[in-house]
Design a protein around this ligand. Sequence first.
Ligand SMILES: NC(=O)c1ccc[n+]([C@@H]2O[C@H](COP(=O)([O-])OP(=O)(O)OC[C@H]3O[C@@H](n4cnc5c(N)ncnc54)[C@H](OP(=O)(O)O)[C@@H]3O)[C@@H](O)[C@H]2O)c1
Length: 453
Amino acid sequence: MEAILTQNPKLYDLAILGASGFTGKYVVREALKFLNTHSSPLKTIALAGRNPDKITQSLKWATQSTTTPSLSISIIKADVSDPDSLINLCSKSKLVLNCVGPFRLYGEPVVSACVETGCDYLDICGEPEFMEKMEAFYHEKAVENGSLVISACGFDSIPAEMGYMFNIKQWGSLAAPNKIDAYLNLESKKNIVGNIGTFESAVLGVANSGKLQELRKSRPSRARLVIPGPRPSKGATIEHQSHIELYGVKLPSADSTVVRRTLVTLTENPEGLPGVNESEEDAEKRKKFWAAMKPAHFGVKIASKSPLGLIRFIMAGLFIGLFGKISFGRRLLLKFPSVFTLGWFRKEGPTEEEVNSASFTMWFVGHGYSDVSLASAATKTDTEIITRVMGPEIGYVTTPIVLLQCALVLLSHRNNLPKGGVYPPGIVFGATDLQERLQQNGITFDLVSKSAF
Ligand SMILES: NC(=O)c1ccc[n+]([C@@H]2O[C@H](COP(=O)([O-])OP(=O)(O)OC[C@H]3O[C@@H](n4cnc5c(N)ncnc54)[C@H](OP(=O)(O)O)[C@@H]3O)[C@@H](O)[C@H]2O)c1
């Protein structure tokens, strides 16, 4: 391996694998905004995938031009079923952004090649089993080889991770939350539509849900979160949250498991993760940030202004849950995604107009104690803090923005980040300037209210 590294210095600051995909082409478009601009660490990009002609089409779409691409952009053939092609790509790149999914089918060879070559890795995965499996299989080698592997750097699960931390920051030193519920409200003047790639990942997740439980049972137990107050009750299936005027139903997304992994990693490393070569000043900043962070019970609900608005999500969940477990059912789901999700997912994905007209608001409703000592006296919670994160369409606008900002933080502040390892994004990016960067790029964080009862 050393020989490969010596022969091939890192030619590319960034490689986008799966650049020809529905999401991949939007990621390419976002990356080009930062290529060779003032103070950007992005000077060279490789667009990679199994079909160079399709990648060229993506590039043309992203640049809206028919001219020859800039010299700073290379197109590289890389197929996830050809390990040598991945080793070639990773050994020439500082960082790979993986947009090839479903990750449970295609992700592991990419992680393996990154870890082998000491290349950093980010992806837009929303599949908990894949993330936890990569942590179980590759963490130690990634630490050793100096490869930072971070999944869930898209809408899954950066708004949840950063939104959780933003809510916690509002509690002050004495107060502490017992639970934070996130309510995700999707809006559009047209239709809310997702591409088949995300739908297939969700269907396969349901089909294999037992494997995640098996994996967790097979792993050594990790630190327990110490959360003030009793475990909250489950509550109604459809819940009305009067302060934000929304109805919500549980969303089985990756967000709650990713936030929990960040909180567990924090419990095991109360000062956060030391940077590979950080200054004393940066180390102090990191310690101060994490000292103020607190664990709480966390869950996510999909929300709507009326119970009727939830029907589409409930029906899609029921069909995926019912048919996703058997192979004939899965074939039906994947053949007719639009029918089984009442138009939520389409084989050809959303139109440009549909993408541009959609937006999201994620509300974080925290309940807890004005003084943490009240929790042990079995007193009822007496404080509510509501914050929110807002942004454009989730899958193809917010996801590329978030992924690129994570990439830019990583390329700009590599010394302040761990040498290597497989981690959830919050514990790596929490103490960096990621939140400010997201704000500068159209994803807002604000405090809505603080109430005492
Ligand atoms: N976190 C989030 O919020 C978020 C948002 C959007 C998407 N996603 C996830 O991103 C993934 C992709 O979704 P999508 O809608 O973009 O799917 P898609 O349009 O089907 O794109 C899949 C990409 O994978 C490539 N690919 C497939 N097999 C390959 C192989 N053997 N070697 C190399 N590349 C291969 C495809 O290449 P070809 O073009 O050559 O077929 C294509 O570029 C899904 O898992 C989805 O869940 C997550």
